[in-house]
Design a protein around this ligand. Sequence first.
Ligand SMILES: O=c1ccn([C@@H]2O[C@H](COP(=O)(O)OP(=O)(O)O[C@H]3O[C@@H]([C@H](O)CO)[C@H](O)[C@H]3O)[C@@H](O)[C@H]2O)c(=O)[nH]1
Length: 403
Amino acid sequence: MQKASTGPSGDRPSSSDLLCFSHLRWDFVTQRPQHLLSRFARERRVFYWEEPVYDTGEAWLDVSPRADGLTVVIPHLPWRDPEANDAAQRVLLDAFMDEQGIGAHVAWFYTPMALGFAGHLSPLATVYDCMDELSAFLYAPPELLEREAELLRRADLVFTGGPSLYEAKHGRHPSVHLFPSSIDTAHFGRARGLKDADPADQAGIAHPRIGFFGVLDERFDPELVRDIAAARPEWQLVLIGPVVKIDEDALPKAENIHYLGGKSYGELPEYLAGWDVAALFFAINESTRFISPTKTPEYLAAGRPVVSSPIVDVERTWARDAMVRIAADADAWVRAIESLLEMDGAEREAWLERVDRALARSSWDQTYHEMRALLDGAAEGREWDASADGVEQESGLAAAAGD
Ligand SMILES: O=c1ccn([C@@H]2O[C@H](COP(=O)(O)OP(=O)(O)O[C@H]3O[C@@H]([C@H](O)CO)[C@H](O)[C@H]3O)[C@@H](O)[C@H]2O)c(=O)[nH]1
């Protein structure tokens, strides 16, 4: 049975609330969810539900409203077992939705694990924005693949963060769309005009500087960094970003390796402006097979020459026209960096022209508009049934299939 919406935000897809379930913390590094959901939050209420923090005491929700209508929700739970944790989160979620008057809504998943406590919802439309092959990451929960299969059955739309993910998912769902990492060109382009703006913790580091920013985790290649630093002690390797999941003590240490810690998104152009070459120091292993690093267009928008390990999506997207140089081992890295350091003015200008032409084809604004149009299309004609608690809205796909 279908009923008219009783939700406070109305039942139109362009204005219905958006409930996002994510494995990433909003206040961690600025990633795809922040770029996209902050844009959705300009037109509708967005609730960003993070993974729980496990502590002692009663289960409770840390609810923090942010700018532009976005609200970050962090469940705090005493650890029991996965099933009991899901049950506790479900109670918190239902109470929260009641309290906020969330009626017609879109469910937007970054992690399929959230189905364990949000699978009973009856959204107008379900989106799976698959930004990484999470099952290939360190400490992936064993149920992840099963939950992903379930999410693929339920989703109306599947978005993928790069070509490799698109190829991996497109045969598994009728509506998979490729939305590669996008770019805020104006933000990172600022780096091109910054002179003498070196932040205090970078100012004392000599040139040439080879810089990296990003999360230092199992995707990062510590041996590669150690070998390059040893091969060229006169080069300075600058590493920006938080260390997670890996042992900090196992990171290479040398006089010419500088760990500056995590920086805010707003600060990154100042750091980039002071680098001679930007690096994608990635290991080639199962955790990096499907990645499509957002930092690649960011480095390029800042006008920094880039060297990368042979990441499939970087090679196919950015190695053509030599926009990014690919190097498979430390010797090749040293040669690639040397040749970029020696680039003359004319070569650099021609390279920047190619880069700018490629970057002009992408922006987070455009990605958001395209996603929103698909979302509106998926939810069109559906009405939210306030009484359908625990029952999914009739899916356009299922209806079309005559189920
Ligand atoms: O101190 C810092 C460092 C970085 N940032 C910003 O965070 C962005 C993400 O960094 P990282 O997690 O290292 O991600 P990466 O670019 O390697 O690749 C991820 O992006 C996807 C992509 O979203 C596909 O959908 C890819 O597959 C992921 O693994 C970085 O771009 C910086 O802007 C920061 O704010 N502070």
